[in-house]
Structure formats: structure tokens, C-alpha cells
Design a protein around this ligand. Structure first.
Ligand SMILES: N[C@@H](CCC(=O)N[C@@H](CS)C(=O)NCC(=O)O)C(=O)O
Length: 205
């Protein structure tokens, strides 16, 4: 990274938050942020020139290449900064699956929000919304029962993604009380949310 980078950013997107937390944890400087973003129904403000999918985050590198999505951006930044948030050897695969699982929670949780905010009430389909929450609930159970050891490992990108996903559940789905039945995960999240990069990127809006 010799020149400046441009991050198409947002203060509410949990996918962007993954990148913003990584930047802080890794001490990366020299990134200009352009705030914006859109919705599937309104791409005004979305970085469509950089990401034809019209989603944030997108990162334009110092060579002018546009990178997306958040997983590619995080991997690229980690690699170029030598941050070590993706371990080498066999340990890598658990970290990548944890990041995928956290992103999948986000995908389901975000679809629920789009359904309630963007779709007119008369054509909403409640069973579809509940089936998205079932994905989240199943994932939380899996994390509670099978991932405790992974959450105790040195800081990695899977943990950052999970911290952002649980933060998003608090931000947009607090009525669902995700902590109920997940005491280990709740205790981990409480400690993780105290890290300065998590506090500095808490969603607002
Ligand atoms: N898989 C993508 C998801 C990004 C995403 O869905 N971002 C939302 C904001 S939270 C967005 O830009 N949505 C606009 C749209 O779907 O058109 C990633 O990991 O970066």
C-alpha cells in the first residue's frame, strides 16, 4: 500500500463495520472514506461505479482496482498490512467458516429489515421473515455449543465478523433478545464489545 485507498463506507452497515474494525485493529492509515450506500430499491448514493452490485463496502486500492465484498476487502487489507487476522495453516479454515457464519447471520438479519422497511405491508410474507430468523437462531445455537474454543483464540477476522453480527442484532433486532439461551456467546460479546475499535464503530442511526 503505497498510496491512499478509498473506502465506500457507511456508519450503519455491519459489513462496512467489519472493515472499519479491521482498519483500527491493524492500525492502518491512509484510507479516505466516502459515506453513502443505498438499498435494493434506491441505489442513489450506492457505489455502482465501483461495485455493480450497488453495495457497500467497496474499496478502491492504490492501483485503482475496486474490491468487494467485505470478505475480499478484509482479506486484502489484512494481507497488505501484515495484520495476521487470518492465521496460517489449518487454523485458517475455522476462521473463514466463522466469518462466513457471521456474514450469513447478517444476510438473514438484513433481509428481514429490508422486508419490513421496503416492502409494502400488504405484500409482506411473515413466514418468510420467520424463516430468516430461524437461520439466525440456528446459527446462534451452533455458536453457543460448538465454537467456544474458537472465540478464545487470539484475535482474528472470524471473531471481528461475529462481533459485528451480534452488534447488528442489538442494533436492528433487539426485540428478538438473541442473548436468551446463549449465555456463553453473550459473555463473549460483552467483553468483545469493549474493545476500542468496536466502541469507535458502534452503529448509529
Ligand atoms: N456480501 C456483502 C453484503 C454487503 C451489503 O449487503 N451491504 C448493504 C448495506 S448493509 C448494501 O449496500 N445494500 C444495498 C443493496 O443491497 O442494494 C458484503 O459482505 O460486503
Amino acid at each position: 500500500m503505497n498510496g491512499r485507498l478509498t473506502l465506500f463506507s457507511s456508519l450503519t452497515s455491519p459489513y462496512v463495520r467489519k472493515v472499519r474494525v479491521l482498519i483500527r485493529e491493524a492500525g492502518i492509515v491512509g484510507i479516505d472514506e466516502i459515506m453513502g450506500g443505498g438499498t435494493p430499491l434506491d441505489q442513489t448514493g450506492a457505489p455502482v461505479g465501483q461495485n455493480p452490485l450497488g453495495k457497500v463496502p467497496a474499496l478502491v486500492t492504490d492501483t485503482g482496482e475496486a474490491l468487494f465484498d467485505s470478505r475480499v476487502i478484509c482479506r486484502w487489507l489484512d494481507d497488505h498490512a501484515g495484520a495476521g487476522l487470518y492465521p496460517g495453516g489449518e487454523a485458517l479454515w475455522r476462521v473463514l467458516v466463522l466469518e462466513s457464519l457471521a456474514d450469513g447471520i447478517l444476510d438473514a438479519a438484513l433481509l428481514m429489515i429490508y422486508e419490513s422497511r421496503l416492502r409494502p405491508e400488504e405484500i409482506r410474507f411473515a413466514p418468510w421473515v420467520e424463516s430468516q430468523w430461524l437461520k439466525v437462531a440456528r446459527s446462534l445455537d451452533t455458536l453457543e455449543n460448538g465454537w467456544a474454543g474458537d472465540l478464545e483464540q487470539p484475535l482474528n477476522m472470524g471473531q471481528i465478523a461475529l462481533g459485528c453480527a451480534l452488534g447488528y442484532l442489538d442494533f436492528r433486532h433487539s426485540a428478538r433478545n438473541w442473548r436468551d439461551g446463549h449465555p456463553r456467546l453473550a459473555a463473549w460479546e460483552e467483553a468483545f464489545a469493549r474493545r476500542a475499535p468496536m466502541r469507535e464503530t458502534r452503529p448509529v442511526g
